[in-house]
Design a protein around this ligand. Structure first.
Ligand code: C5P
Length: 217
């Protein structure tokens, strides 16, 4: 059966809310609880593990583990708590607008495409340029092939275990788990995720998430 690993151990310095981001109040409850609800609504998910920052406790009904020094180390710690789970859904607590439907679509694609991993992603709307440190533009990328990658990211257990079996410095530099699976030679596919599945990073994101969640209720 599948397990969901929700990483919630980040400090949330950019949000500046004075407590870890995943535990900041959002539409009346700690941010992480919105993601837990979405995972609970997916029949295929049997167990939910949350990687926690120091000083926070797991909400009722989910397993808590201490998070790691980096995001991928937190994923690794959570994965160790569910030794039999396969496949595995990895999700950032910082994306509280995730829906059960999106999680189900990713799990279905993992089966139908026989991939090692499937990631939710939105087509990039902005033109993306690469620039040097001095601000000089080096190139303009072909937007039609670019995707802004989100979570959930779902993996076959063996592929994720292998991807995370790397030195801490490599894990610390990774901004998602799929990139580690790709580096290990795994096949990763995309399923379109709605732009609404935004990541709360800055105070403005918190305001937008609050509005969108209020509209849902
Ligand atoms: O910092 P950022 O928003 O990119 O973090 C993405 C997700 O990873 C957040 O949900 C955060 O709580 C989590 N994280 C973690 N352990 C860390 C760093 C980040 O669980 N050491």
């Amino acid at each position: 059966l599948a397990a969901a690993l929700i990483v919630a151990a980040g400090g949330g310095e950019r949000l500046g809310a004075g407590r870890p981001k995943a535990f900041v109040a959002l539409a009346g409850r700690p941010m992480v609880e919105w993601s837990i609800d979405a995972m609970r609504a997916v029949d295929a998910i049997d167990e939910i593990v949350v990687a926690l920052p120091p000083g926070e406790r797991a909400p009722a009904g989910v397993t808590g583990v201490p998070g790691g020094a980096s995001r991928s180390q937190s994923v690794r710690a959570a994965l160790e708590a569910v030794p039999d789970a396969d496949p595995v859904v990895v999700h950032d607590a910082a994306r509280p607008l995730v829906t059960p439907r999106l999680i189900e679509r990713a799990l279905a694609a993992l089966e139908s495409r026989a991939a090692d991993g499937v990631v939710a992603a939105a087509p990039v709307a902005d033109t993306v340029k690469r620039a040097g440190e001095d601000g000089g533009v080096v190139e303009t990328l072909d937007r039609s092939r670019l995707w802004a990658v989100q979570t959930p990211q779902v993996f076959r257990r063996a592929a994720l275990v292998r991807a995370l079996d790397r030195p801490d410095a490599i894990l610390a530099a990774a901004t998602d788990d799929a990139s580690l699976v790709e580096e290990a030679g795994g096949a990763v596919h995309i399923v379109p995720g709605p732009p609404e599945n935004l990541k709360v990073t800055e105070p403005l994101d918190l305001e937008i998430a609050e509005l969108l969640l209020a509209r849902r209720r």
